[in-house]
Design a protein around this ligand. Structure first.
Ligand code: SF4
Length: 193
């Protein structure tokens, strides 16, 4: 049997992240590691090592789908990994991200007040007041955390839904981080040719 390495357990981090955020929303900031690290690895190491070895979410989906056999293991529909869908989803995701940063700015500048709401699937507003302790951090820091936790939770739910319906790691076919790191690696390869 293949010897396990420390990074084979990073799926635990994906679970711990949501538990921490459930009790204190400020922990959502830790999710930024999963944004910065894949981009940094693809930019500087010029490879997809993050996706291949260090992504807790990818491991978690694999674990649930393959080991716990929760996935129907049906072929992923072609449109899901088509270019238009992957890039379209990336654009959609970036728009949501920019919107979230703008909401943070509005709270920072005092134009609006803190909205302690988690948005599921970008539309369903779930009042999520309990994990926020006022005065622990500036309202804009909390606003970013609420927005970021919403994005992380929504994308995980989507990942789980497509894992159940198709292959365990179907989410990876259109994951915005995966698409961005692939674009960066392709650009590197292009330059080196
Ligand atoms: S495609 Fe996304 S979810 Fe899949 S391994 Fe890469 S970063 Fe993780």
């Amino acid at each position: 049997m293949k010897q396990k390495r420390w990074y084979d357990y990073l799926w635990l981090w994906s679970i711990i992240f949501f538990i921490l955020g459930f009790f204190n929303i400020l922990f959502a900031w830790l999710g930024m590691i999963e944004f910065i690290l894949p981009l940094a690895i693809s930019l500087f190491a010029k490879n997809k090592a993050f996706c291949n070895s260090f992504c807790g979410r990818g491991q978690l989906l694999n674990l649930l789908g393959s080991k716990f056999k929760l996935s129907r293991n049906k072929p992923t529909p072609k449109w899901i990994y088509s270019k238009w869908f992957r890039y379209g989803f990336l654009i959609f995701f970036l728009v949501i991200f920019i919107q979230m940063v703008f909401s943070t700015y509005l709270v920072f500048s005092g134009a609006t007040s803190l909205n302690t709401v988690i948005k599921l699937l970008w539309t369903i507003k779930v009042p999520w007041h309990w994990p926020y302790t006022a005065n622990l951090a500036s309202p804009w820091i909390a606003q970013f955390a609420f927005g970021f936790y919403s994005i992380m939770l929504t994308s995980t739910i989507l990942g789980i839904v497509v894992m159940l319906l198709y292959r365990p790691r179907t989410w990876c076919s259109f994951c915005p981080m995966g698409t961005m790191t692939q674009m960066i690696c392709k650009a590197h390869n292009h330059k080196e040719q």
